[in-house]
Write a protein that binds this ligand. Structure first.
Ligand code: GP9
Ligand code: MN
Length: 629
């Protein structure tokens, strides 16, 4: 039999092609990336190549065939793991992994139910290249290569790799100017420079942030302060102090989006209790209110509420900047005689809360240890909302008054699992299990809130309290557009995806009598000033970016962490400006000044956080020293 001879570097060649193709097929099958034209398609196709050529190419410097093979197979394994992890992560967050989140191993432990739900059997495909390469190594006869260091072929190889990288970057720059300098959007990065290069870029950005703190000296503060002062909105005299002296009870409603309010799923009301509040005379219901969170999800919403600043672009600010100095809502209320706390029946280390709450000056954290979780009282991520809220009211009775506490609900969390006995309405029927279960879980949370109000009334705390409730972030990601489209009976566009980021917000002041539905376009950054003003606490000197929603000067303008934005007339998303009343694309000019503003505002917020600038304003010694009980 004639022996087949293979070229000298066939294993290397096979490895490059195999990993390149698995990466590309992985892009198409696992990530929901919007491709507009042939050039973008081409960029997506070639973007893994330059990186793979360089990295695998290093094998050309390894003399021993055995070591070379080990090197090649290791690279294929690492790249497969990177793609696989990104795919699982993406199903959950609709985003790509960024470095600070990789260190949040604690979270991923607790996330296990969601993580397993997000792993698919077909994910084995991500390792197809490893298998192909292993087979190639086993069956393809290879010669020991006697490499000459000045090998022309090798030089040519790297010239080709560099050329492909240049072509890739040039095409990307043409498609998306300032991609690397201005982008808030990881998807654009991955689409244009590829997952692997993106991770290198991310590494670079993260180290830059570390350097930023070291280099900041407080001189940047003046410029930021000028911007903030210019946007300050005077409190509305009619509302300032409307809840003065009362206890403050804030409820974070897990994954609650506004579209369920006053809406039905088939013939079933989804949130009967919250619906009744929208018509209640002691309640202000905000129906045009947006979450502004990023990857930090619940923790971002907490950060925004406490500081009226944006979370971080890559990763959760609760992790990356828990060493910063803040001028938080908790701290401020603490100075005004309030006993401050957070109540949440989860591990204290989740989202790094234990550490961050100290930085925020929260006096006490009632974590899972403060609760008794009886038989059948836990589901999905932990303690069910009904017993959680019930026991929380008992704990509140013991608090020194006035108190300010934040309760974080949990049951309505992806994957929205419930025990049979807690299902009060049937599931929806679509191709998405997530969407199907969502309505049921929301219905359960609504019931929990109803019982919570009753308990508060019974405890005697109700009349002397103000209750603020807000949805922390979306529950249904863009991955479920098809099922959502079925529910809403229309095709979900990027415009709709922006509008779906509305979360309900309620301000309930028992005995107030003049509540109503508020259409004011607003967002989570507005919570801090609004709440403080209602309690009669001034915020004029504060470094906050939101504004009091009751103020006549409140500007209807909401900026998302990823740079999308909403104004009275327009929505800007995916680099397209839409008319808000028609949902049709319109001239970019209408959005441009706002895009400019959004960039400035996000940059300033980042500057404050990355440079830890508030440490330069912290003249009050005792306030950062609050100890946890
Ligand atoms: C975890 C809870 C949920 O303690 O706040 O976090 P999320 O995943 O929604 O950010
Ligand atoms: Mn949440």
């Amino acid at each position: 039999m004639k022996k087949v001879t293979w070229p000298k570097h066939s294993v290397l060649g096979i490895a490059i092609v195999a990993t390149w193709l698995t990466t590309y097929i992985g892009y198409i099958t696992s990530f929901n990336m919007k491709i507009d034209n042939m050039v973008q398609e081409l960029i997506l196709f070639i973007n893994p190549l330059s990186f793979l050529l360089f990295l695998y190419g290093l094998a050309l410097f390894i003399k021993s065939t055995k070591r070379k093979n080990i090197y090649i197979i290791s690279i294929s394994l690492i790249t497969s793991i990177i793609m696989f992890s990104n795919a699982v992560f993406y199903r959950f967050f609709s985003d790509f992994i960024t470095l600070p989140l990789l260190f949040q191993t604690n979270n991923f432990g607790d996330l296990s139910s969601s993580a397993t739900a997000n792993m698919h059997f077909t994910d084995i495909f991500f390792f197809a290249d490893v298998i192909i390469i292993a087979l190639a190594i086993k069956f393809i006869p290879q010669r020991e290569s006697a490499l000459n260091r000045r090998n022309i072929g090798r030089k040519l190889y790297f010239v080709v790799a560099a050329t492909i990288l240049m072509v890739n970057l040039a095409l990307a720059e043409a498609q998306r100017p300032q991609l690397l300098t201005r982008s808030f959007d990881r998807e654009l990065l991955v689409k244009n420079i590829g997952t692997y290069n993106y991770h290198i870029y991310d590494l670079f950005i993260q180290s830059k942030t570390h350097a930023q703190r070291a280099l900041a000296d407080g001189s940047e503060l003046t410029e930021v302060a000028n911007y903030i002062n210019a946007n300050y909105a005077e409190p509305n005299p009619k509302m300032f102090g409307a809840a003065e002296g009362r206890n403050l009870i804030i409820v974070s409603m897990e994954s609650l989006q506004n579209f369920v309010i006053n809406n039905k799923m088939n013939e079933y009301e989804i949130t009967p209790f919250l619906n009744s509040l929208t018509k209640d005379k002691d309640t202000f219901y905000f129906n045009n209110f947006y979450h502004q969170t990023g990857l930090g999800k619940t923790s971002d919403s907490e950060f925004i509420l406490e500081n009226s600043l944006y979370g971080r672009n890559g990763g959760a600010v609760f992790f990356t900047n828990s060493g910063n100095t803040f001028n938080s809502l908790s701290e401020k209320l603490g100075h005004n005689g309030y006993f401050t706390s957070v109540m949440h029946a989860n591990n204290r280390s989740f989202w790094n809360r234990d550490i961050m709450y100290q930085a925020l000056g929260t006096e006490k954290f009632y974590d899972v240890e403060s609760y008794e979780i009886g038989e059948g009282q836990a589901v999905n991520w932990g303690m069910k909302d009904i017993p959680f809220l019930e026991q929380s009211v008992d704990l509140m009775k013991e608090m020194p008054q006035p108190f300010a506490t934040r309760l974080i609900t949990l049951t309505n969390h992806h994957p929205f699992d419930l025990d049979e006995e807690d299902m009060m309405i049937p599931q929806y029927d679509s191709n998405s299990k997530t969407v199907n279960k969502y309505f049921q879980a929301v219905r359960y949370m609504d019931e929990a809130l109803k019982i919570f109000f009753d308990d508060l009334k019974q405890s005697g705390l109700y009349d002397n309290s103000i209750i603020v409730m807000y949805g922390d972030h979306y529950g249904i990601s863009e991955n479920h557009n098809k099922a959502m489209g079925m529910y809403m009976d229309k095709e979900i566009t990027p415009f709709d995806n922006v509008e779906l980021q509305k979360v309900p917000m309620f301000i309930h002041i028992p005995g107030y009598g003049k509540g109503k539905t508020m259409d004011e376009l607003s967002g989570q950054l507005d919570l801090r000033p609004t709440i403080l003003h209602l309690l009669g606490v001034d915020t004029k000197e504060d470094m906050q970016m939101g504004a009091d929603v009751f103020s006549p000067d409140h500007e209807p303008f909401v900026i998302f962490r990823d740079g999308r934005l909403v104004t009275e007339n327009n929505i800007f998303t995916n680099e397209v400006c839409y008319d808000i009343s028609t949902g049709e694309e319109t001239d970019n000019e209408a959005c441009e000044p706002y895009v400019e503003r959004a960039t400035t505002e996000l940059d300033y917020s980042d500057l404050i956080i990355n440079g830890d600038l508030l440490r330069f304003t912290d003249d009050d010694q005792e306030k950062s020293k609050t100890k946890m009980h």
